[in-house]
Design a protein around this ligand. Structure first.
Ligand SMILES: Nc1ncnc2c1ncn2[C@@H]1O[C@H](COP(=O)(O)OP(=O)(O)OP(=O)(O)O)[C@@H](O)[C@H]1O
Ligand SMILES: [Mg+2]
Length: 472
């Protein structure tokens, strides 16, 4: 029989086995074993189905398992991520709960330790930073940190004041941020890498700047400038040297007078008794002047060292003041000055050191006449006594319509050796210690002295003393 095979015909048989054989009888044949294609297909289908189900089952089981495992792992990781975000925002107090005792649990513990350590280190750093910034803010010296391109990174309040003073000083017409001297010092330190020290002056201010480099390994990271305000020191230095020159001048003049006139007597230049007496009178007055100067200086030195011994007594104030004022009548007239006295309470009793208060009034009245009187000008000096019972103060005011005192000089007026009118240094002015003595005496009486003055209009020196005497 002939059989036609058709491809994909499920009804077609499929040859599965062919074998030649020969029977004992000598007959030969071929054995064909066929199996229907349908049967094979049905087996294949069954196998495929089984495989699909097994596959699906496996997927399901593995998904389930992986879900279980991954959620077991992911939850603590998610928690850790949340806490890591909080830590990155600076909240170090959250902790990862410990869920498991496996690697993830260990990771959580390590993470917690890290957060704790971070918290400790950051708070230590913060404290350090605060301490440093407090020191920086509280420093009397200015500190400016510059970048290597000379821009300012950091500055403390005194440094800001320095920069502000520079910015608004008349010498900074181009309104640049830092003085050219400082700029030069920055260039120099970047070039030489050696510490720089220099003086910066503008207006009437003097600063000293010390520049050092900050390194990052080998490289220069920034420059630190420490700025010290030396204005006061400079002023004191100048005042002292002025004082020395004043005092030597003050002493030289009477000493040369003493020498000259005594020489004249010895050499017989003064021939008449009258002349000799006149020369002797000059010698005597000049010696008094030297004595007064030396006494003034001693007085002041003693008072400033705290040895002010007051010899207080209670007496009527009005007669005392009018007596001191009347002593100046001649001097006032000679200087074309009208001298007035205004007493509020003629019977006011006050306890004070008579000699010292006299010294105060003499100085104030002398100053007033000295800075008011000139020919052709109607100068007026007034001494006023006023008891202000409301505020419990006794006011003694010496005012004039004289030259006045520049506002810039007023804060220094009561310092020793200070003279507002420098041009008069070598003229009729004194040594500049009068007001320092006045201030010391008034303060020893528990009072204070202030000054109000306008240039060209006049000055008022206001002494205020407590009406109720304090025990010293
Ligand atoms: N009434 C005033 N009017 C204008 N300037 C004054 C007046 N009183 C004081 N001054 C200024 O204050 C400065 C200090 O005065 P102070 O009495 O201390 O010194 P002095 O008078 O110059 O010297 P001394 O008093 O030691 O002889 C004076 O040099 C003067 O420039
Ligand atoms: Mg004086």
């Amino acid at each position: 029989m002939k059989y036609d095979f058709k491809e994909n015909d499920t009804n077609s048989p499929v040859q599965l086995y062919v074998k030649k054989f020969e029977l004992d009888s000598g007959e030969k044949g071929v054995l064909y074993i066929y199996k229907s294609f349908r049967d094979i297909l049905s087996v294949t289908k069954q196998a495929t189905r089984t495989l699909v189900f097994a596959g699906l089952g496996a997927i399901l089981i593995t998904s389930l398992l992986s879900f279980v495992f991954s959620s077991r792992m992911a939850f603590p990781l998610r928690e850790m991520k949340k806490i890591a975000v909080a830590v990155s925002r600076g909240n170090f107090d959250n902790r990862v709960p410990s869920y498991t005792h496996d690697e993830i649990g260990d990771l959580g513990i390590a993470f917690n330790n890290m957060a704790q350590q971070l918290k400790y280190n950051i708070s230590a750093l913060r404290q350090e930073k605060e301490q440093l910034s407090n020191i920086l803010v509280g420093m009397a010296d200015g500190v400016i940190k510059f970048n290597i391109d000379k821009t300012i990174i950091l500055s403390n309040p005194p440094a800001e004041e320095f920069l502000h003073n520079w910015f608004f000083s008349n010498e900074n017409s181009e309104k640049v941020l830092i003085p050219s001297k400082l700029e030069d010092m920055l260039d120099e330190i970047l070039k030489t890498r050696d510490e720089q020290v220099g003086e910066i002056t503008f207006g009437d201010q003097t600063y000293v700047a010390i520049l050092t480099l900050l390194y990052n390994g080998e490289n220069v990271r920034s420059i630190v400038a420490v700025i010290r305000d030396m204005t006061e020191e400079k002023r004191l230095e100048k005042m002292k040297s002025d004082f020395v020159s004043n005092i030597s001048h003050e002493l030289r003049t009477p000493i040369s007078m003493l020498q000259g006139y005594s020489e004249a007597i010895i050499d017989g230049v003064a021939q008449t008794d009258e002349e000799v007496r006149e020369f002797a009178q000059i010698i005597y007055e000049e010696s008094l002047r030297i004595g007064r100067l030396v006494n003034d200086m001693l007085d002041l030195a003693r008072m400033e060292a705290g040895f002010t011994q007051l010899d207080k007594q209670e007496m009527k104030l009005a007669p005392f003041i009018s007596k001191v004022v009347s002593n100046f009548e001649v001097l006032a007239k000679e200087n074309f000055v009208e001298l007035n006295l205004e007493i509020d309470d003629n019977n006011l009793m006050y306890t004070f050191d008579v000699d010292r208060l006299e010294q105060v009034l003499i100085n104030l009245i002398m100053n007033a006449i000295r800075h008011t009187g000139r020919e052709g000008y109607h100068g007026v000096v007034t001494v006023k006594e006023h008891a202000d019972y409301v505020n419990g103060q006794l006011l003694i005011i010496v005012s004039d319509n004289g030259s006045g005192i520049p506002e810039a000089d007023i804060p220094y007026l009561f310092e020793r050796f200070y003279k507002a009118d420098k041009a008069r240094t070598r003229g009729k002015a004194g040594t500049g210690i009068g007001l320092a003595i006045v201030k010391n005496i008034i303060e020893a009486h528990h009072g204070n002295i202030t000054v109000e003055s306008t240039v060209g209009v006049g000055s008022s020196f206001i002494i205020s003393l407590p009406l109720k005497e304090k025990r010293s």
